[in-house]
Write a protein that binds this ligand. Structure first.
Ligand SMILES: [Cu+2]
Length: 108
């Protein structure tokens, strides 16, 4: 009886270890895009590029305070006003920076 339990335990371990490794490899192959909370002021609106130029605060460990351009969705573009304070979630895309969940925290 004891030996049988031991054999069962061994076979469960043998199944569990390879599946853990597979999960780790999948995570490495397709890392989720990291999004960072951002706070800033809209300094320009570029409708043609669906982008906002934003003077943002430092994002500790990620980026110093600076003014830079972010691609945004249509709703954010339409509600944007130069001078408005905003928050959003920024992420690096293949060839641009994206700002999602843009919220105006203080209108111009
Ligand atoms: Cu920046």
């Amino acid at each position: 009886m004891k030996l049988r339990h031991f054999v069962t335990l061994l076979s469960l371990t043998a199944i569990a270890i390879p599946s853990l490794n597979a999960a780790e490899k999948t995570a490495e192959a397709a890392p989720a895009t990291k999004r960072h909370a951002l706070r800033g002021i809209i300094v320009a609106i570029d409708t043609n590029k669906s982008a906002l130029r934003i003077k943002h605060e430092e994002i500790p460990g990620v980026m110093r305070a600076m003014t830079m351009q972010f691609r945004v969705d249509e709703a954010a573009l339409q509600s944007a006003q130069v001078g408005a304070a905003i928050t959003g979630l920024m992420s690096r895309q293949s060839d641009h920076w994206l700002l999602e969940e843009v919220k105006i925290t203080a209108a111009k």
